[in-house]
Design a protein around this ligand. Sequence first.
Ligand code: PDD
Length: 277
Amino acid sequence: SIAYLNGVFLALDEPALPIEERGHQFGDGVYEVIRIYGGKPFMLDEHLDRLYRSAEAIRLQLDSDRAFFQTIIHQLIDRSGLADLDIYLQVTRGIAPRNHTFPNCPVSISMTAKPSRATPVELKENGAAVWMHPDERWLNCHIKSLNLLPNILAKQVAADNDCLEAVLVRDGYVTEGSSSNIYIVEKGAIRTAPLTNQILAGITRIAVKRIAQELDIPFHEQPFTPEELRNADEAFLTSTTLEVMPVVRYHDDTVIGSGKPGTITQALSERLSALTL
Ligand code: PDD
């Protein structure tokens, strides 16, 4: 494991930031989680596109270009000596005396490179359980903001109930997971919430949509209700760290579909794994 902070490579546990850093005090920043497979970043262009979009959405002026991020990421991979990594990348509005209005200082750029948090194979093979939770987040969930308190609180309730993920519900519809996108399969078609300010535009979602098109599986971007999730033929989550994770139980007792990972879910999962080889 290794880290990068404002031009310097350092150990992950090295004390590095002054107390008055805006990410630390305000959560005033944005982030990305990027997966490295066999030394190669997966969909890095899409991650950087989203990083610039998030920065712009919070009026954070990011002068570093794509080549800069690509270079640091490749240096982190080399220095780590690892092939399968999670890169965490964070940009904040910098280091300045605490004051809500924007400071006039350089942004802080930090990254960590750590061995990939591989999901237990058993969970992937058998499928996961999810827990419904009210979506208590703000109205700019398309921004990959550092402010994750509602996400953390929801996911902890899920974990307290032995579920892998919290599925967030707003105005009667499922938006997404606390740190993933969610999909159902009905009569051979995939359904997931459309890209609005209510969900994060997942990079794995882009990959799954492309795969669905390739495999001629209809991909409908329409929201669904908790009831429709309960009655779906199949359900699954996606994220950079989970990849395609089958969902087979709801609130620990209701079985979704056959109670086993569905055939379309498995086809998507296999195709995605093939892309990462
Ligand atoms: N989370 N929705 C939310 C709220 C997320 O936090 C994430 C990712 C996703 C899936 O996006 P992607 O496919 O680009 O990983 C959807 C990351 C992994 C995290 O916070 O650790």
